[in-house]
Structure formats: C-alpha cells, structure tokens
Design a protein around this ligand. Sequence first.
Ligand code: 3H9
Length: 688
Amino acid sequence: MAAINSVTDLVVEDGVAVVTLNSPPVNALSAAVRDGLYEGFKAAIADDAAKSIVLICDGRTFIAGADISEFGGASKGASLFDVQTMMEDSPKAVIAAIHGTALGGGLEVALTAHYRVAVPSAKVGLPEVNLGLLPGAGGTQRLPRIVGAEKALEMMTSGSHVPAKAANAMGLVDELVEEGKLREGAIAFARKVVAENWPLKKVRDREVKADPQVFADFRKANARKFRGFKAPESNIQCIEAAVNLPFEEGLAVERKLFIELMTGPQSAAQRYVFFAERAANKIPDVGDDVEVLPIKSVGVIGAGTMGGGISMNFLNAGIPVKIVEMKQEALDRGLGVIRKNYENTAKKGRLTQDDVEKRMGLLTGSLSLEDLADCDLIIEAVFENMDIKKDVFGKLDKIAKPGAILASNTSFLDIDEIASATTRPESVIGLHFFSPANVMRLLEIVRGDKTSKPVIATSMKLAKTIGKVGVLVGVCPGFVGNRMLAKRQQQAQALVAEGTMPWDVDRVLYDFGFPMGPFAMSDLAGLDIGWSKETSKGETIRDVLCEMDRRGQKTGAGYYDYDENRTAKPSPVTEKIIADFAAKSGVNARQADDQEILERTVFPMINEGAKILEEGKAIRASDIDTVWITGYGWPVYRGGPMHYGDSVGLDKVLAKLKEYQNQHGDFFKPSALLEKLAAEGKTFASLK
Ligand code: 3H9
C-alpha cells in the first residue's frame, strides 16, 4: 500500500486500484482530501496494473460533504472541480463505494464516478439547502439527469438523506453490496465492469426533461415552507437550468447562484447554526471521561399534554415508560391520547400498526408513585407550583432507588429549591421539554448548584438518544428561553398600550421570520390562560378582551376577529379598546413604525441574552441561539438572537437601547457585557 498523502492511500488489488480516504471524523473535502483524491486518481490512472479504480472511505462514513469549516477562507490545494474532471475523464472505470452517508460535495464526487455501489445502510443526499446553499460542484446539474426534475426538487429543497435501497431504485446507486463487505463487493463490481466491457458512463451526457408547470406547481405547493429562505428558490432555478440548458451553461448558473448564497448573510447564519448545535454538546467541566448512567426505564409523573408528549419521546427510542397520575380517569385519558397520537401517525403512513403496538407495549400506567421505585430516571410534569413540586420531590426521595435521576420539567421554577426537598440534590436536574414535547427539538437541561457531573453527562446523552438538541443552562427565572421571551412579550404589550395595533406587531415579527406573532399566538393558546373572571379588574387590554368574552380563536374573537374558517382579521373592537385604554391612561396614542416595533421587541432579547452570559447561566452565546432556533421558532436564516445582534453590530444595538432607555426607562438599560463588547468593537461570537 502506498501513501498518497496524510489522508489517502492507493493499492492495486486484482487489477483494481483502490483509492482509500481516511480523514476523520467525516472525510469532509478539506484541502488535504482534495489533494489526496487528485493525486490518488492520477497515480491510479498512470498505473498499468490497474484496469479500473474504486474510491472508498475508512471510518464511519463516505465523504459527508465539503469541509464547512473551510468556507470563507482562501482556497488551497487542488479544487474539487480538478478532482471531478480527473475522475470523469479517467480512461479507466471509476466506481464510488459508499457506506455511512454520501452528502453534498461527497455525493457530487460520487456522481462524477462512472458507477456507484453502496451497502444497504448507506444514505445519500444533497443537504446544502439546510446550510443556506445549493450543491456547488455540479450536483444541481447531475442529480436531475439521473433522478428526474421532480425527485431532484424534493431532494434538494428538503436536503433529505435517501436510503441506499431507494437510491438504487432511482438509479443513483447502481448496485447494492452486502453489508460489511463493501470493499470486496466494490472490487468485484469493478472487475465485472472491466470483464464485461461496460461503458464509462458520464452523468453529464444524459438529458433531463420536465414540463415548466412542474416548477410552477412545486413553488406554489411549498411557498409557506420556503417563506423567507433564499436557498430553496436558488436550488429550484438550478434544476430549471438543468432542464433547459446544456450542461456547461447549467453549471455556470449553478456557480453564479452558489456564490451569491455563499457570500450572503443567510448561509453564514445557517452554517453558524450547524456548528452551534454541535458546540452545545461540549460542557467545559464535564469531559468524555465522566460516567454516563444507564437509562433503561423512565417514570413520568403527570399524564397531561406535557407528560404524555414527554413519554412518547422515550417510547419512540424503545425505552419503557411508567406514567403516574392521581386519578384513574386522568390516567385513562392520558394513555388514550398517546395511543390516538400514534394511531394518527400510522394513518398518515409514518408508522406501521406494529410500530404503534410496540410503543404502546412499552407503556404502563399507575396511580401510585411507589411504582416508580425501580426507574433509572423520573421526570415530574405536574402543575407549575413550587409547593406541589417540592411535595412530589420529597416523596420521590423516599421512593426512588439510589442513583436514579430526579428531573423536573418546570419551565421557570428554581431547581435548587426543588432539589432542597430531597436528601440527594446531586441527582436532581431540570429537563425542560417544549410543547408539543414529542415534536419540538429543544431540551433545556437545567443544572442546579449541586447537580452531579454524571447526571449532567447522562442528560446530555439522553437528549441525543431521543432526537433532541440538549442545551445546558443555569438556574434563573425562566432559564434562557422563557427569560428572554418575557422581554419580547413585555415590549409587545407596551407597544400596544401606547397605541400600536397588535396585528402590526405580529406582522413585523412574522416578516422577520417567526412562525407567528405574539398576539396571534395568544389568540391561538387562549387569552384566558392565567386569567380569572372573579379577580379581573379590566386593568389590561387582555382583561378587557376576556371580560367581553373575546378569549381567542376558541370564542371566535380575541385580539383579532375570526371567521368560520378561523381566518384572522384586524378587529375594530380591539382597536377601540386600545384607543380607550390609551386615553384613560393619559397616553398620547401613537402607532410605532416597523423599525421601532422590531427593535423594541428584539433588542431587549439580545440585551437579556448578554445578561444571561454575564451571569454564567449559558455557557456560550451560541447556546442561547440554539435555544431560540430549536425551541421558539427563531428563523434559522437569522442565526439566533445573539448572532443577529452580532450581524446588526453591537454598537448599533447598544445605541438603540440607550435611545429607548431615554424614552421609556430602564427596561432598556444595556448590560455591562454589551457595553464592553460594543466599546471594544467585538461580537458575542468572539467570547469563545
Ligand atoms: C457542501 O458539500 C457544498 C458543496 O456542494 C459545494 C462544494 C463547492 N465539514 O454531526 P456530527 C463535523 S456543503 C466540517 O456530530 P453525526 C461536525 O462538526 C456540506 N465538519 O456526527 C462534528 O465535529 P465535532 C454538505 C463537519 O454522526 C463531527 O464532524 N454536507 C462536516 O451525528 C461529527 O459530526 C452536509 O451538510 C462538514 N461537512 O452525523 C453534511 N460534517 O465532533 C453535514 C460534520 O468537532 N454533516 N462535521 O463537533 C452532517 O449532516 C452530519 O455531520 C453527518 C454525521 C450526518 C455526516
């Protein structure tokens, strides 16, 4: 075996040159990998003993794409196009042998091979859209030429990872080889290609046709999903180019649009988010050497919406759950809802009936906390009241086996106080799920003063096991997410109290990229959550609305009026209430403009994020962004509040906060950290 460079080997076996890449963790196309491929193929082509060439990777995967960490830097070494030309123009058949994932630039390399083989567990895809990009190495032109325009549209705008069997059916993979025998299978395939004199197939020479209506329909059907994002439309335009233009001209369109995306703010934000999610896993004082406790059974207290959703996560991961309620009726209702949720998923074809039964088979209900004695993890999801929570934890302390993790799903209460009700605060942690708990990706993991390192390490690992993004935060009211949300809500209310219409606040935040504005959200949830008729004194606009029985969508009116299809319309009634309110409180009613609405709702969040960092309640700014992206619908193409602050410029954020502080008081008082960073011309991202 000859080493080509630090990451590439070449060996000729049975007349087949095998070029092997080994560049952990994911064989991304770094400068060294591109150089190794270029030189490896060159040497294989020049070697008379080799009649064909196999490209294979060591480690857990085939090439997972371009090296994202190199983006934006000066390009070094062979270009990806040099490598692809060398492969495609090779006079000897080139076969890509795929295991793990062939993604992005990785699949684009494989598409310049003459043939592709894969093990059944492999997956292929062009996920660039999720980084705000499009495949920039010919993938937009080659993929449709194999799978057709419609499938290419689906694959490239979703970034989905297609399993090898489906890829084989689409013609993306020519042959499946036995699991665990990729190397032997690929070599045998290469020998067959030579022995049977198969042609050197170039994907670029194929043609793809599609009716223009296909594109129009696709755009229409996905308009909501793509709202605000630039990359999906650019991907679509490239596929149109593949259909309408010769290959080289299509490539030129791809190049132009790729560069536009790559140098734009959306892709910068989405690449930042990719690394932010992974950084959240790294806890400075909890290293890989910290013991991870086995979690083989979970207890959940409370079978309401939250407890049920939490339970489903573990059932989906194959972990048995015992769910405890106080009354048989509530328990039956809770178990029934879980079954109904699974049945609905099965109806949509996303689960088999067998899967439903398997999951339900892992679930047991009980009316007694004592039944949780053998659980490795117990999560409490009862009413948000400190006395009740302390009572539950006091009881659990006597029931749970030694070493069991005792978790609270509280969304704002003090975990240390809850832990004080036990004799084992080191076992207590916050596991804050977001509703719907079986869907939302965020898990805020709240570290108490005394929470032990193994309990933290286990919780972080568990988040991954159940498909969530775990973010470790400290104890403070509302933790990271709800603490910052409160600032936004407060200003949304203040703007309306000063005379701005709720639908204008909603429109500005919706256009910014949130799925829904705060008032539309209140109407959906019900304005009367936390409101009571007996104590209401008409002191807020919400009080007045509720007193008029405008309690949101469920009563046909709230901040908005609703028609029979639940379509929201600005309400003259609400408008009058707002005007009356302003008059009563002596405010000169005025409508804030869009810029003011955005700044007053979003900048205080950035400021609060800075305070959270100052107080050490989040490890890094990117963790705060991950909370907001995965738990609160912050638009991913704006990278989270802290990244957004950095991109606006912290000096500008600071200046505006000071301006609003002068007008509206100390709610807007800038944090010391923000003052410091702005003075030094630095960003939150610089605080590594
Ligand atoms: C592209 O190809 C553009 C071309 O079209 C244009 C060319 C001109 N680069 O996720 P994991 C790191 S765009 C650099 O935890 P898993 C990752 O940060 C690219 N680093 O593992 C992490 O590092 P650390 C298109 C990368 O097993 C470590 O690898 N491709 C890259 O859960 C392990 O990652 C994609 O978008 C990369 N491309 O999942 C694929 N990928 O340990 C992106 C990973 O220090 N990658 N790292 O935190 C993935 O989807 C997943 O990583 C993968 C493995 C499924 C591969």
